[in-house]
Write a protein that binds this ligand. Structure first.
Ligand code: GLV
Ligand code: MN
Ligand code: MN
Length: 408
């Protein structure tokens, strides 16, 4: 039997590794990430797995099948968080997967395939601006150029990896080959209100929406807030304000589209200085790639128009883009069956949030099970799940693993 109380305790235990006093922030390659990852490696070993820190800082573990060296069913999620985060986004999937293997190990049960669990070091992309670093490395689609990207303090990812005790040149060695991974399955909190509204503890994911992330820099002229008349200003922040509203307007133009300016920085940043330079991010998501691409083009063109009207210089950089990732029909069916066998109504739903499966989709078929979260809230300290729902999610995942079919 799974131990749902231990799942909840372990989520609490990881939440204590935080750079934010009284809250939870744990970014990629931080000392707090190292401590949390070491804890997870210990739990993996207790569950009878061979576990190691891999070259990009993922906690990676393997439970052999009926004989050593068989291809694996890969399970996982991420161990990094957004700023001022909740304690279940990512961590619940890793901890639940370990709990499932622990049950198999205690039963001394070996399956006709190996099981691997990966606690990915970066999914949120908070520190270096690009997401899914851990899972992209495993999928062999890590972009070496991102090693030169810098965090807010100007430190490169390459330097941060070295400080963490890792060798960046070894990253390509953790890429998995297609035949090695039979499928990837992830348990995650829903991060939306659908399951709660329908009174269901779990749901089966159909697809993960695609995303585009931009960084925009507007440059005007800094000057004295008291002396420069309004009609002679090139205020970069006032221009950015128009761009934020333009983003919102475009996103509101279609019910399946979302657009967010999540970060903005004005320089020099003083009460009595006209902002000379502003940098902000834009995040656009949609279930259909053409819809998202069309929206990004519209936002770009409106930002350019605002800049032209206000005589600002404008630079728009595409930080990252990922297409919609469909879950495998045969795996969804197997997950549906696991849900039904555990006594729950089968409900399929798409994911508006990004997940590690987007990267793993490059080498294998993927599927996901969602667990209800309170009020549909995530990326917030208010994120909450019940122990009963953790138990339901874990039971479905274990059932899926035990019935996993290698072929249709
Ligand atoms: C990750 O949670 C994302 O969807 O940005
Ligand atoms: Mn998240
Ligand atoms: Mn997540």
């Amino acid at each position: 039997m799974l131990d749902p109380a231990r799942i909840m305790e372990r989520c609490d235990a990881l939440a204590r590794h935080s750079e934010l006093p009284g809250g939870l922030t744990r970014v990629f390659l931080s000392p707090e990430a190292r401590a949390a990852t070491d804890k997870v490696l210990g739990w993996m070993r207790e569950a009878g797995m061979q576990a190691r820190l891999d070259a990009i800082g993922n906690a990676a573990a393997r439970y052999e099948g009926e004989r050593p060296g068989l291809p694996c069913l890969m399970l996982g999620s991420h161990l990094d968080t957004v700023r001022d985060a909740g304690r279940y986004d990512g961590m619940l999937g890793v901890i639940s997967a370990i709990e499932c293997v622990d049950v198999l190990n205690r039963k001394k049960k070996r399956l006709p395939f190996a099981i691997e669990i990966i606690g990915f070091g970066d999914e949120e992309g908070v520190r270096f601006g690009t997401t899914l670093l851990g899972s992209r490395a495993v999928a062999g689609i890590f972009d070496e150029k991102s090693l030169e990207s810098k965090d807010q303090t100007g430190k490169t990812m390459r330097a941060a990896l070295s400080e963490f005790g890792l060798e960046p040149q070894r990253i390509p060695s953790i890429a998995r080959r297609k035949g090695d991974v039979l499928a990837y399955a992830e348990l995650h909190i829903e991060q939306g209100p659908v399951l709660e509204a329908e009174g269901l503890p779990v749901g089966v994911v159909t697809a993960i929406n695609g995303f585009s992330r931009l960084r925009v820099t507007l440059r005007g002229t800094a000057g004295h807030a008291g002396t420069v008349p309004m009609n002679l200003r090139r205020d970069a922040l006032a221009g950015a304000a128009e761009c934020v509203l333009a983003t919102e307007r475009v996103a509101k133009g279609h019910p399946e589209l979302v657009g967010t300016v999540g970060r903005i920085e004005a320089r020099p940043g003083a009460i009595n200085v006209i902002p000379g330079e502003v940098a902000f991010t834009v995040d656009v998501r949609a279930p259909q790639d053409p819809l998202r691409k069309h929206a990004v083009a519209a936002i770009r063109s409106q930002i350019e128009q605002v800049s032209k009207n206000r005589k600002l210089d404008c630079e728009i950089e595409l930080l990252q883009e990922f297409g919609m990732t469909a879950c495998s029909p045969r795996l969804m069916e197997q997950m549906d069956n696991a849900v039904a066998r555990q006594g729950f109504r089968v409900r399929r739903l798409p994911s508006g949030a990004g997940h590690d499966g987007m990267a793993l989709g490059a080498i294998t078929e993927i599927c996901m099970v969602f667990v209800r979260c309170k009020g549909g809230i995530s990326h917030s300290p208010l994120e909450s799940i019940s122990q009963a729902d953790a138990a339901a999610g874990g039971a479905v995942l274990l059932d899926f693993i035990e019935h996993f079919q290698l072929s249709a």
